[in-house]
Design a protein around this ligand. Structure first.
Ligand code: PLP
Length: 478
């Protein structure tokens, strides 16, 4: 059986393999890494945990080896078996030594990986069934170009959904569907700014947004954040005439705190004075499980007497459903409706009629709302378990950041250096744990070392064993 799915190499996603792979093992019984010396030539198999990875012949392609999410059933301690742990360590040594052209990750993610959600079979089943029905109804009336902003039905459903879940009031005509946040940013940045313009970005912040900003020929300005979010006064000092600010006010990425009311007011005041725009990325705010509900920046501006419509709201279904859908949206304030609609027409046209229709049905029937409430309970429990364990069992190493939202938790090191952070995350990866390095989210030298742990995908019952493995990594490294 061939495996021809996509793969990730050095952080870049390739949708299709340039060749067919005949075997991809990733199970505890065999622990085999398959590699191909010359593409199309032949396949040899080695068990890297048995041979010296440095003495292995060079391979263009290495398959397998990355930890599955469901690692708890693999070993005697309900963690990774030592054999499998050895394999992952050997694979890392191999990769460092030989630098193969392509490394294919076998399906699945390490425990604590970011960017994954809990897969709820029931919700998925419903989505499949609605999408199937929509596909079967895909008739003549759907074959023309349609609206560049995407399906009116879904836009209307989103407007209702946002009013009930976020208290955000908007007209479906203001909503433009996108294939996710990145796409929304591309549309917005291209439409409202000119090449060379400066744009404030949180530091630490979301690297993908920063990259999109750079790719559009704009100049990101790193503005530090503190416990209240982006320090607006620093932004004013660093780049007073920037054309826009990109912020995550509901749940600062990656540190996790919301932006304080005073900072929100200061940001809006700066934008009004300078005629600047604010891009509000509200990526996972549905999952707020503590404290009072937070208003969006767009609503706050709408409530101001002289609110001129400077906030562009960006939302995504990557967290509330699954990232693979590639569905998101932006809400244009009235003054920007025309240029943003034109930008959609030029390069942002988002079709996928059956998928958009299926999502509209999910929302209209209250199924998305129900799914989000169920996931919120699951994520809240995972968050509490991790926070409790970090406070109780890692207090000599880590300081967890306060946060009551989302699918990840961030902790800074009490005293660890950047080298310690790197060694620790490499060892963790070898043990089947995919934890991110906090320092990599900083764009400046003020970076702090620490860890970012996702809990979207890790089954709740596996959190304790995953954290026990992480603790083990600390003990061995220090
Ligand atoms: C800060 C932030 N914004 C947005 C997103 C969602 O991006 P997209 O809609 O492109 O999947 C993520 C996903 O991890 C994120 O971390």
């Amino acid at each position: 059986m061939g495996f021809t799915g996509g793969f990730t190499y050095k952080g870049k996603r390739y949708p299709k393999l340039p060749f067919e792979i005949l075997k991809a093992y990733d199970n505890d019984a065999k622990c085999v890494v398959t590699y191909r010396r010359n593409i199309g030539d032949h396949i040899e198999e080695y068990d890297l945990s048995k041979v010296d990875p440095e003495k292995m012949p060079y391979a263009d392609v290495v398959i397998g080896g990355f930890p599955c999410q469901d690692f708890s059933s693999c070993g005697p301690k309900r963690g990774l078996s030592s054999k499998r742990g050895k394999l992952y360590q050997a694979l890392i040594v191999y990769m460092k030594h030989h630098k193969p052209k392509v490394v294919v990750e076998t399906p699945g993610q390490g425990a604590f990986a970011l960017g994954c959600t809990h897969i709820d079979e029931r919700a998925l089943q419903r989505f499949r069934s609605f999408a199937g029905r929509r596909m079967r109804a895909f008739g003549n009336e759907h074959l023309a170009y349609g609206d560049p902003r995407g399906s009116r039905e879904l836009r209307a459903a989103i407007a209702d959904h946002l009013l009930s879940t976020r208290g955000l009031r908007c007209d479906p005509d203001q909503i433009m569907l996108t294939s996710g946040t990145q796409h929304a940013l591309r549309i917005v940045l291209g439409a409202i700014l000119r090449p060379g313009d400066q744009i404030w970005c949180e530091d630490p912040g979301y690297p993908a947004a920063r990259s999109a900003i750079g790719h559009c020929g704009l100049r990101p300005v790193s503005v530090p954040v503190d416990v209240s979010g982006m320090i607006v006064a620093k932004g004013r000092a660093l780049a007073p005439s920037a054309g826009a600010a990109y912020v995550t006010p509901s749940h600062q990425f990656p540190l996790g705190m919301p932006m304080s009311h005073a900072r929100r007011e200061a940001l809006l005041a700066w934008a009004a004075r300078r005629n600047a725009m604010i891009i509000e990325d509200d990526y996972d705010s549905e999952f707020r499980f503590g404290g009072r509900p937070l208003e969006t920046l767009q609503s706050l501006e709408l409530g101001r007497r002289n609110g001129a419509g400077r906030v562009i709201y960006v939302g995504s279904f990557s967290k509330s459903l699954v990232p693979a859908l590639r569905l998101g949206f932006l809400i244009a304030p009235p003054p920007l409706q025309a240029p943003l609609r034109a930008a959609c027409h030029l390069g942002g046209w988002c079709g996928q009629w059956p998928v958009q229709g299926a999502l509209a049905t999910m929302i209209d029937r209250g199924l998305l709302g129900r799914h989000v409430r169920k996931m919120r309970r699951i994520y809240a429990e995972r968050h509490d378990r991790i926070l409790h364990a970090l406070t109780a069992d890692f207090s000599g190493w880590l300081v967890p950041q306060r946060s009551v939202t989302g699918l990840h938790i961030t902790a800074t090191f009490l005293s660890g250096s950047l080298a310690f952070e790197r060694d620790l995350t490499e060892r963790a990866l070898a043990s089947g744990l995919h934890v991110e390095r906090l320092s990599t989210y900083y764009a400046t030298r003020r970076r702090k070392a620490g860890l970012v742990l996702g809990y979207g995908a890790i089954p709740t019952a596996q959190i304790a064993s995953g954290l026990a493995l992480l603790r083990d990594c600390f003990v061995r490294i220090q």
